[in-house]
Structures are given as C-alpha cells and as structure tokens.
Ligand binder design. Structure first.
Ligand SMILES: *[C@@H]1O[C@H](CO)[C@@H](O)[C@H](O)[C@H]1NC(C)=O
Ligand SMILES: *[C@@H]1O[C@H](CO)[C@@H](O)[C@H](O)[C@H]1NC(C)=O
Length: 186
C-alpha cells in the first residue's frame, strides 16, 4: 500500500542522508564583518508539530506537497544537528505560512528560530517565500540575544517529503553589521 511505500522511501532517505550529515559551524571575520555559517535539520510532523489552522479556498487539495491557496499553517518544529531526529536538539522554529501560489506549491512564511549553539544563544527572525519542493531563500530580518542586528539568508531545502514527518535542511548564512559590536543593550 501507499503507506508501506512511503515508509520504504523514508527509510531509504534516512539511510542515504546518514553519510552526508556533519554539522560544522564556521566563523569568519573578514574586514571586521563577523559571520557564521552552519546547517541544521527541521522536522515537521503533521498534526503534532505543524497544523492547518484555516483551510484554503481553491487550487490543489491537501497533499504531501500541496495545500489549497489561502491555507494558514502554524508550526513549532525541532531543529537538530543531523537529519536523524534523535540527533542533538539545537533549536526550535516557530512560525506560520500562508499558501500564496494558486498552484498550491508556494507560501509566504514567517518564523522565529530560537538557537542554542555552543557560542551563540538567541533567536533570529526570517520572512520570505517558501517553495514546497525546491530550495527557498528566506531573508533574515533581525535577531535577539547573541544574534542582535544579524542579517543574512536562511535557505530551506526539502530532504524528505514522504510520510508523517517531513524533513528540511536549513542552511544559515548570518552576518553581523559592523555597528552590532558597538551596541550593548541595558
Ligand atoms: C490531520 O488532522 C486533520 C484534522 O483532524 C485530518 O483531516 C487529517 O487527515 C490529519 N492528517 C494526517 C496526516 O493525519
Ligand atoms: C538515529 O540515531 C539513533 C541514536 O543515535 C540511532 O540509534 C539510530 O540508528 C539512528 N537512525 C538512523 C536511521 O540512522
């Protein structure tokens, strides 16, 4: 049945990703501009960490990769170091997306990503368009804590879209503007 097939594909995807998942954080200080580059994995379980709040009105039905135009979705998903859900939890992505493509494949997403990395704790906020089956760039609009004033891009790419839990690879390219180092909040 379809469920068995989905399980087989899920297992295959998990096994094949095992090879390519090592989390490394890299820092750079070029011309005084601090930056941080790393990759995490987001796990979204339908009706457990992500829910349809308002049904859409037209376009494709709710499927593995589509939702009707206008669908309002909300989520609070764990972010882990590798594609394996049992790997170290280092963050949480909380947000909402609204299906904005009449093809049911595109959405406008806003999210707050809370991170507990080794040397950086705080949150970043992102907003942008998400494509359900292609990599999507989300501009970083700001941050809190150690990510105060941060800018950059967060790229989300689908890793595994089969089964109850879908997995996305989330690549962070963060940059601190020069003035970030000169400001301290009291
Ligand atoms: C999630 O819950 C909704 C509403 O109860 C239900 O219609 C839908 O089939 C559920 N989806 C899955 C994948 O369990
Ligand atoms: C995921 O990690 C757990 C705990 O480290 C391990 O037991 C399990 O085999 C891993 N799963 C896969 C599919 O590699």
């Amino acid at each position: 049945m379809a469920a068995l097939q989905a399980l087989a594909i899920l297992l295959f995807a998990l096994l094949s990703f095992e090879v390519s998942t090592t989390t490394s954080t890299s820092h750079h200080h070029k011309h005084g501009l601090k930056s941080l580059h790393f990759t995490l994995f987001q796990h979204e379980t339908i009706n457990k960490t992500g829910y349809i709040i308002v049904n859409g009105v037209t376009g494709p039905a709710v499927g593995q990769t589509t939702t009707p135009f206008g669908t309002l979705f909300a989520f609070e998903d764990p972010l882990t170091e590798t594609a394996n859900r049992s790997s170290k939890l280092v963050g949480i992505a909380e947000g909402t997306s609204i299906t904005s493509g009449l093809d049911g494949l595109r959405a406008i997403s806003i999210a707050k990503i809370t991170l507990r990395l080794k040397n950086h704790k705080g949150s970043i906020s992102i907003v942008g368009g998400t494509h359900n089956i292609k990599p999507s760039d989300h501009p970083v609009v700001g941050g809190t804590g150690d990510f105060l004033f941060v800018q950059g891009i967060v790229t989300s790419s689908p890793v595994d879209l089969e089964g109850i839990t879908v997995v996305y690879k989330i690549k962070f390219n963060l940059y601190w503007p020069p003035y970030a180092a000169q400001v301290s909040l009291s």
